[in-house]
Design a protein around this ligand. Sequence first.
Ligand SMILES: Nc1ncnc2c1ncn2[C@@H]1O[C@H](COP(=O)(O)OP(=O)(O)OP(=O)(O)O)[C@@H](O)[C@H]1O
Ligand SMILES: [Mg+2]
Length: 266
Amino acid sequence: MTGNGTAAAAVRTQGLDVRLGGTHAVREATVSFGEGTTSGLVGPNGAGKSTLLNCVSGLVPVSAGQVFLYGERSTGIKPHRLAAMGIGRSYQGAQLVMELTAAENVMVGDHLAVRTGLLGAGLSLPGARRAERRARERALGALERVGLRQHADRTARELPYGVQKRVDLARALVSEPRCILLDEPMAGLSRSEKEEVVEVLAGLRVEGGPTLVIVEHDMRVINQLCSDVVVLNAGAVLAVGPPDVVLNRPEVVDAYIGRDNEQERP
Ligand SMILES: Nc1ncnc2c1ncn2[C@@H]1O[C@H](COP(=O)(O)OP(=O)(O)OP(=O)(O)O)[C@@H](O)[C@H]1O
Ligand SMILES: [Mg+2]
């Protein structure tokens, strides 16, 4: 269960406050994502969704409050260490390295590969070459899971945006993290690509599977995939609970309608 802390939490924030320049991006946000659950993180543009994920994955410093992973305080821990602790991440803008191939981009997200051998691979050590081969196999497996095996050796620059987004998803999945934070994994995808991604994510919801936190503007997707949803508005938590209940609340509908934007409303 999200929000009320009754189940073991994979991720919990306590009074999280983030200031970016002059913007108070996250305001005293206390949220909790239960281990093994699939939760939505929604809210109008600028609500603080990406910033909250960035704090949990160590990319943005916390101004006040705390983050906990599996009950341990993780505030201030560096992103690579959080990755090694089992936090996976995809990015709103895909953020691939355009000169690298799809497979190489996925290998960049593989903290196991980074730890065991890419440095040594540069020195052509035999053990490192083996590790690199295994890392490539894992990358190909991750690309296969998102339906992109055939694009493995194309550079990111050659790939349409919808395909880049799925490479980013493969990068988040490659090291089989315990907790995966997905920032708008379906933005810019065609309807059929979206359906494929929904299927991939639905396939992760198995006994003993990872915790998923999905930022998404398409409420049909949230309803389809998520047992719980956290609504942020202007940096603060507005509502928490099952999507069919929460997304119909007047204050949530108002938060979306109050913004002059083109995103989908609940
Ligand atoms: N690097 C930054 N410097 C200053 N302000 C920032 C920075 N990044 C984000 N912000 C501001 O922080 C607030 C929260 O932004 P954030 O990107 O977390 O929102 P979001 O909910 O992810 O929005 P969207 O749905 O548009 O992706 C916004 O007002 C945004 O303009
Ligand atoms: Mg965002």
